[in-house]
Design a protein. Structure first.
Length: 338
Protein backbone atom coordinates (compact mmCIF):
# COMPACT_ATOMS: atom_id res chain seq x y z
CA UNK A 1 0.00 0.00 0.00
CA UNK A 2 2.61 2.45 1.05
CA UNK A 3 4.68 1.51 -1.86
CA UNK A 4 1.83 1.94 -4.21
CA UNK A 5 1.06 5.32 -2.89
CA UNK A 6 4.61 6.36 -3.34
CA UNK A 7 4.59 5.11 -6.88
CA UNK A 8 1.48 6.95 -7.48
CA UNK A 9 2.90 10.25 -6.46
CA UNK A 10 5.96 9.70 -8.45
CA UNK A 11 3.82 9.12 -11.42
CA UNK A 12 1.69 12.07 -10.64
CA UNK A 13 4.70 14.23 -10.79
CA UNK A 14 5.45 13.44 -14.31
CA UNK A 15 2.27 14.25 -15.81
CA UNK A 16 2.79 17.83 -15.96
CA UNK A 17 4.13 18.22 -19.22
CA UNK A 18 2.52 19.93 -21.94
CA UNK A 19 0.27 22.66 -22.50
CA UNK A 20 -0.97 24.93 -25.06
CA UNK A 21 -4.32 25.72 -25.88
CA UNK A 22 -6.62 23.37 -27.14
CA UNK A 23 -7.20 24.71 -30.34
CA UNK A 24 -7.27 21.86 -32.52
CA UNK A 25 -9.54 19.66 -30.89
CA UNK A 26 -11.70 22.15 -29.70
CA UNK A 27 -14.82 21.41 -28.28
CA UNK A 28 -15.55 22.04 -24.78
CA UNK A 29 -17.31 19.35 -23.17
CA UNK A 30 -20.77 19.74 -22.25
CA UNK A 31 -21.67 22.68 -24.12
CA UNK A 32 -20.11 21.11 -26.89
CA UNK A 33 -21.96 21.71 -29.91
CA UNK A 34 -22.87 25.15 -29.38
CA UNK A 35 -19.66 26.60 -28.53
CA UNK A 36 -17.10 25.22 -30.55
CA UNK A 37 -14.84 28.03 -30.36
CA UNK A 38 -15.27 29.05 -26.99
CA UNK A 39 -12.21 28.72 -25.21
CA UNK A 40 -12.70 29.45 -21.74
CA UNK A 41 -10.09 31.23 -20.01
CA UNK A 42 -8.92 27.98 -18.93
CA UNK A 43 -7.87 27.43 -22.39
CA UNK A 44 -10.43 25.13 -23.39
CA UNK A 45 -10.25 23.90 -26.71
CA UNK A 46 -11.89 25.78 -29.25
CA UNK A 47 -12.96 23.85 -32.01
CA UNK A 48 -10.83 24.76 -34.65
CA UNK A 49 -12.01 22.78 -37.34
CA UNK A 50 -15.08 24.42 -38.18
CA UNK A 51 -14.57 27.84 -37.07
CA UNK A 52 -11.15 28.78 -37.65
CA UNK A 53 -11.07 31.73 -35.46
CA UNK A 54 -12.56 29.89 -32.74
CA UNK A 55 -9.56 28.65 -31.36
CA UNK A 56 -8.70 31.44 -29.45
CA UNK A 57 -6.46 30.14 -27.12
CA UNK A 58 -7.13 30.84 -23.67
CA UNK A 59 -5.46 33.53 -21.97
CA UNK A 60 -2.20 32.30 -22.74
CA UNK A 61 -1.47 31.46 -26.11
CA UNK A 62 -1.06 34.67 -27.55
CA UNK A 63 -0.16 34.48 -31.04
CA UNK A 64 0.45 30.93 -31.40
CA UNK A 65 -2.86 29.71 -31.52
CA UNK A 66 -3.42 29.11 -35.00
CA UNK A 67 -6.32 27.28 -36.08
CA UNK A 68 -6.22 23.71 -35.64
CA UNK A 69 -6.12 23.07 -39.18
CA UNK A 70 -2.53 22.68 -39.43
CA UNK A 71 -2.13 19.66 -37.49
CA UNK A 72 -1.53 16.98 -39.91
CA UNK A 73 -2.32 14.36 -37.56
CA UNK A 74 -5.65 15.75 -36.94
CA UNK A 75 -6.67 15.25 -40.41
CA UNK A 76 -9.14 12.58 -40.40
CA UNK A 77 -8.28 9.59 -42.37
CA UNK A 78 -10.56 8.83 -45.18
CA UNK A 79 -13.35 6.77 -43.99
CA UNK A 80 -12.33 4.09 -46.30
CA UNK A 81 -8.90 3.81 -44.92
CA UNK A 82 -9.83 1.58 -42.21
CA UNK A 83 -10.12 -1.12 -44.67
CA UNK A 84 -6.47 -1.36 -45.07
CA UNK A 85 -6.31 -2.66 -41.70
CA UNK A 86 -5.20 -6.17 -41.78
CA UNK A 87 -8.00 -8.48 -41.23
CA UNK A 88 -5.74 -10.25 -38.96
CA UNK A 89 -6.45 -7.74 -36.35
CA UNK A 90 -8.20 -10.26 -34.37
CA UNK A 91 -5.00 -12.08 -34.30
CA UNK A 92 -4.14 -9.83 -31.50
CA UNK A 93 -4.64 -12.30 -28.87
CA UNK A 94 -6.99 -10.79 -26.46
CA UNK A 95 -5.83 -12.92 -23.77
CA UNK A 96 -2.26 -12.02 -23.81
CA UNK A 97 -2.40 -8.99 -21.76
CA UNK A 98 -4.29 -10.36 -18.94
CA UNK A 99 -2.87 -13.77 -19.25
CA UNK A 100 0.65 -13.07 -18.40
CA UNK A 101 -0.49 -11.10 -15.49
CA UNK A 102 -1.14 -14.30 -13.78
CA UNK A 103 1.68 -14.15 -11.46
CA UNK A 104 3.02 -17.53 -11.01
CA UNK A 105 4.22 -17.63 -7.63
CA UNK A 106 2.68 -15.11 -5.54
CA UNK A 107 2.66 -16.09 -2.03
CA UNK A 108 -0.80 -17.03 -1.15
CA UNK A 109 -2.37 -18.89 -3.93
CA UNK A 110 0.24 -19.41 -6.43
CA UNK A 111 -2.21 -20.62 -8.86
CA UNK A 112 -4.49 -17.70 -8.68
CA UNK A 113 -4.11 -15.81 -11.78
CA UNK A 114 -5.09 -12.68 -10.12
CA UNK A 115 -4.29 -9.73 -12.21
CA UNK A 116 -2.98 -7.82 -9.35
CA UNK A 117 0.25 -9.56 -9.38
CA UNK A 118 2.81 -6.99 -8.65
CA UNK A 119 4.57 -7.63 -11.86
CA UNK A 120 2.05 -6.04 -14.09
CA UNK A 121 2.06 -2.31 -13.98
CA UNK A 122 -1.50 -2.43 -15.07
CA UNK A 123 -2.32 -4.25 -11.95
CA UNK A 124 -1.13 -1.47 -9.73
CA UNK A 125 -3.85 -0.24 -7.54
CA UNK A 126 -4.17 3.48 -7.63
CA UNK A 127 -6.43 5.34 -5.28
CA UNK A 128 -9.12 7.45 -6.93
CA UNK A 129 -8.17 10.83 -5.58
CA UNK A 130 -9.05 13.12 -8.46
CA UNK A 131 -11.87 14.02 -10.81
CA UNK A 132 -12.31 16.30 -13.79
CA UNK A 133 -14.16 19.60 -13.47
CA UNK A 134 -16.19 21.49 -16.05
CA UNK A 135 -13.07 23.19 -17.36
CA UNK A 136 -11.51 19.80 -18.01
CA UNK A 137 -9.01 20.44 -15.28
CA UNK A 138 -8.08 17.61 -12.96
CA UNK A 139 -8.76 18.45 -9.33
CA UNK A 140 -8.49 16.56 -6.04
CA UNK A 141 -11.61 14.95 -4.65
CA UNK A 142 -12.87 16.72 -1.61
CA UNK A 143 -11.08 15.53 1.43
CA UNK A 144 -8.60 13.40 -0.47
CA UNK A 145 -5.73 15.60 0.54
CA UNK A 146 -4.15 14.99 -2.84
CA UNK A 147 -2.03 17.83 -4.20
CA UNK A 148 -3.70 20.40 -6.42
CA UNK A 149 -0.57 21.44 -8.22
CA UNK A 150 -0.60 18.72 -10.80
CA UNK A 151 -1.01 18.41 -14.54
CA UNK A 152 -2.41 15.65 -16.71
CA UNK A 153 -0.29 14.67 -19.72
CA UNK A 154 -2.12 13.48 -22.82
CA UNK A 155 -0.87 12.50 -26.27
CA UNK A 156 -3.32 12.18 -29.15
CA UNK A 157 -3.51 10.62 -32.56
CA UNK A 158 -1.30 7.60 -32.23
CA UNK A 159 -0.08 5.05 -32.30
CA UNK A 160 2.24 5.98 -35.14
CA UNK A 161 5.81 4.93 -34.63
CA UNK A 162 7.75 2.77 -32.19
CA UNK A 163 10.71 5.11 -32.11
CA UNK A 164 8.62 8.06 -30.96
CA UNK A 165 6.62 5.99 -28.53
CA UNK A 166 9.71 4.54 -26.91
CA UNK A 167 11.34 7.94 -26.65
CA UNK A 168 8.24 9.35 -24.99
CA UNK A 169 8.19 6.55 -22.45
CA UNK A 170 11.90 6.85 -21.78
CA UNK A 171 11.22 10.46 -20.82
CA UNK A 172 8.05 9.71 -18.90
CA UNK A 173 9.86 7.00 -16.97
CA UNK A 174 12.72 9.34 -16.20
CA UNK A 175 10.21 11.67 -14.56
CA UNK A 176 8.05 8.95 -13.08
CA UNK A 177 5.14 10.21 -15.10
CA UNK A 178 2.08 8.54 -16.54
CA UNK A 179 0.02 9.82 -19.46
CA UNK A 180 -3.08 9.10 -21.49
CA UNK A 181 -2.54 8.10 -25.11
CA UNK A 182 -5.71 8.86 -27.05
CA UNK A 183 -5.57 6.51 -30.00
CA UNK A 184 -7.50 6.14 -33.22
CA UNK A 185 -8.96 2.77 -34.07
CA UNK A 186 -7.71 2.78 -37.64
CA UNK A 187 -4.15 3.23 -36.43
CA UNK A 188 -4.53 0.43 -33.93
CA UNK A 189 -5.85 -1.78 -36.69
CA UNK A 190 -2.82 -1.01 -38.83
CA UNK A 191 -0.31 -1.33 -36.00
CA UNK A 192 -1.61 -3.43 -33.14
CA UNK A 193 1.92 -3.98 -31.88
CA UNK A 194 2.32 -0.27 -31.29
CA UNK A 195 -0.73 -0.23 -29.03
CA UNK A 196 0.70 -3.19 -27.17
CA UNK A 197 3.93 -1.26 -26.79
CA UNK A 198 2.08 1.69 -25.26
CA UNK A 199 0.31 -0.64 -22.88
CA UNK A 200 3.40 -2.60 -21.95
CA UNK A 201 5.30 0.57 -21.21
CA UNK A 202 2.61 1.72 -18.83
CA UNK A 203 0.63 4.15 -20.95
CA UNK A 204 -3.07 4.60 -20.24
CA UNK A 205 -4.97 4.13 -23.49
CA UNK A 206 -7.83 6.48 -24.34
CA UNK A 207 -10.40 6.37 -27.16
CA UNK A 208 -10.06 9.10 -29.81
CA UNK A 209 -12.61 7.66 -32.28
CA UNK A 210 -11.89 5.21 -35.06
CA UNK A 211 -11.24 7.47 -38.03
CA UNK A 212 -10.46 10.80 -36.43
CA UNK A 213 -13.43 12.47 -38.01
CA UNK A 214 -15.45 15.40 -36.73
CA UNK A 215 -18.04 13.42 -34.84
CA UNK A 216 -20.36 16.34 -34.34
CA UNK A 217 -21.09 16.25 -38.04
CA UNK A 218 -21.95 12.59 -38.02
CA UNK A 219 -25.16 10.67 -37.45
CA UNK A 220 -25.81 9.10 -34.10
CA UNK A 221 -25.28 5.69 -35.63
CA UNK A 222 -21.88 6.67 -36.99
CA UNK A 223 -20.85 8.24 -33.70
CA UNK A 224 -21.75 5.07 -31.87
CA UNK A 225 -19.79 3.00 -34.36
CA UNK A 226 -16.73 5.26 -34.17
CA UNK A 227 -16.55 4.96 -30.41
CA UNK A 228 -17.53 1.35 -30.01
CA UNK A 229 -15.36 0.01 -32.82
CA UNK A 230 -12.42 1.70 -31.14
CA UNK A 231 -13.34 0.26 -27.76
CA UNK A 232 -13.53 -3.14 -29.37
CA UNK A 233 -10.21 -3.08 -31.15
CA UNK A 234 -8.39 -1.75 -28.12
CA UNK A 235 -9.92 -4.45 -25.95
CA UNK A 236 -9.08 -7.06 -28.53
CA UNK A 237 -5.49 -5.85 -28.74
CA UNK A 238 -4.50 -5.24 -25.14
CA UNK A 239 -7.25 -6.90 -23.20
CA UNK A 240 -8.69 -3.81 -21.58
CA UNK A 241 -11.09 -1.08 -22.55
CA UNK A 242 -10.40 2.66 -22.47
CA UNK A 243 -12.02 4.66 -19.69
CA UNK A 244 -11.26 8.05 -21.23
CA UNK A 245 -12.67 9.48 -24.45
CA UNK A 246 -11.62 12.60 -26.34
CA UNK A 247 -13.43 13.57 -29.55
CA UNK A 248 -11.18 14.61 -32.46
CA UNK A 249 -10.78 18.37 -32.56
CA UNK A 250 -12.70 18.50 -29.32
CA UNK A 251 -15.80 18.35 -31.47
CA UNK A 252 -18.16 16.18 -29.53
CA UNK A 253 -21.78 16.69 -28.59
CA UNK A 254 -24.34 15.36 -26.16
CA UNK A 255 -24.53 12.09 -28.03
CA UNK A 256 -20.79 11.46 -28.05
CA UNK A 257 -20.88 12.03 -24.32
CA UNK A 258 -23.75 9.63 -23.88
CA UNK A 259 -22.11 6.88 -25.91
CA UNK A 260 -18.84 7.44 -24.10
CA UNK A 261 -20.59 7.17 -20.76
CA UNK A 262 -22.53 4.10 -21.84
CA UNK A 263 -19.19 2.51 -22.66
CA UNK A 264 -17.65 3.37 -19.33
CA UNK A 265 -15.67 6.38 -20.45
CA UNK A 266 -15.24 9.91 -19.18
CA UNK A 267 -15.33 12.46 -22.03
CA UNK A 268 -12.83 15.26 -22.03
CA UNK A 269 -11.24 17.78 -24.32
CA UNK A 270 -8.37 19.63 -22.63
CA UNK A 271 -7.57 22.85 -20.77
CA UNK A 272 -4.08 23.59 -22.06
CA UNK A 273 -3.18 23.15 -25.69
CA UNK A 274 0.48 22.74 -26.52
CA UNK A 275 -0.34 23.85 -30.05
CA UNK A 276 2.09 21.28 -31.28
CA UNK A 277 -0.20 20.77 -34.22
CA UNK A 278 0.24 24.39 -35.15
CA UNK A 279 3.83 25.18 -34.40
CA UNK A 280 5.24 22.36 -36.34
CA UNK A 281 8.81 21.39 -36.01
CA UNK A 282 9.26 23.81 -33.12
CA UNK A 283 9.87 22.05 -29.84
CA UNK A 284 10.51 25.28 -27.96
CA UNK A 285 7.07 26.53 -28.95
CA UNK A 286 5.53 23.43 -27.43
CA UNK A 287 7.13 24.26 -24.10
CA UNK A 288 6.33 27.95 -24.30
CA UNK A 289 2.71 27.35 -25.19
CA UNK A 290 2.25 25.09 -22.24
CA UNK A 291 3.79 27.51 -19.82
CA UNK A 292 1.70 30.33 -21.21
CA UNK A 293 -1.44 28.55 -20.09
CA UNK A 294 -0.19 26.53 -17.19
CA UNK A 295 -2.31 26.30 -14.05
CA UNK A 296 -3.04 23.74 -11.38
CA UNK A 297 -4.94 20.83 -12.79
CA UNK A 298 -3.94 21.55 -16.39
CA UNK A 299 -5.18 18.92 -18.80
CA UNK A 300 -2.43 19.22 -21.38
CA UNK A 301 -3.03 18.30 -24.99
CA UNK A 302 -0.06 17.12 -27.00
CA UNK A 303 0.38 14.71 -29.88
CA UNK A 304 2.65 11.96 -30.99
CA UNK A 305 4.77 14.29 -33.10
CA UNK A 306 8.58 14.48 -33.45
CA UNK A 307 8.96 17.98 -32.05
CA UNK A 308 6.78 17.18 -29.10
CA UNK A 309 8.79 14.07 -28.37
CA UNK A 310 11.89 16.24 -28.56
CA UNK A 311 10.45 18.85 -26.20
CA UNK A 312 9.18 16.42 -23.61
CA UNK A 313 12.15 16.04 -21.32
CA UNK A 314 12.73 19.78 -21.00
CA UNK A 315 9.03 20.39 -20.56
CA UNK A 316 8.69 17.89 -17.75
CA UNK A 317 11.87 19.12 -16.12
CA UNK A 318 10.60 22.70 -16.13
CA UNK A 319 7.21 21.72 -14.81
CA UNK A 320 8.82 19.92 -11.92
CA UNK A 321 11.03 22.92 -11.28
CA UNK A 322 7.84 24.98 -10.99
CA UNK A 323 6.54 22.61 -8.36
CA UNK A 324 4.11 20.63 -10.50
CA UNK A 325 3.76 16.91 -10.39
CA UNK A 326 2.14 14.59 -12.89
CA UNK A 327 -1.17 13.05 -12.05
CA UNK A 328 -1.62 9.36 -12.70
CA UNK A 329 -4.64 9.09 -15.02
CA UNK A 330 -5.68 6.00 -13.11
CA UNK A 331 -6.26 8.14 -10.04
CA UNK A 332 -9.01 10.07 -11.85
CA UNK A 333 -12.50 8.89 -10.98
CA UNK A 334 -14.03 8.50 -14.42
CA UNK A 335 -17.48 7.99 -13.01
CA UNK A 336 -17.61 11.57 -11.79
CA UNK A 337 -18.96 13.64 -14.61
CA UNK A 338 -18.38 17.36 -14.33
ZN1 LIG B 1 -6.73 14.26 -32.55
Amino acid sequence: MWKKTALFWLAAGLVLGACGNAAEEAEPNGSAQTTETQTTDAGKPAESAQTAPAQQTPDTAEGTQTPDTAAPEETAPAAGTETDAPAGGDAAAPGTAGGDAAAPGTAAGEQTDTPDADNAAAAEEVALEYHMNANYDIVPNEGSGAPKKIVLLTFDDGPKEAKMINSMFDTLDKHNAKAIFFVNGYRVKANPDLLKLIDERGGIVGNHSYDHIILRKESDAEIKKQLEDTQAIVKETIGKSPTFFRPPNGAGNDYTEKVAKDNGMLSMTWSVGSLDWVNQDDSQAVIDNVFDQLHSGSNILMHELPWTVEALDELLTKLEAKGYSFVDPRSIDTTKQP
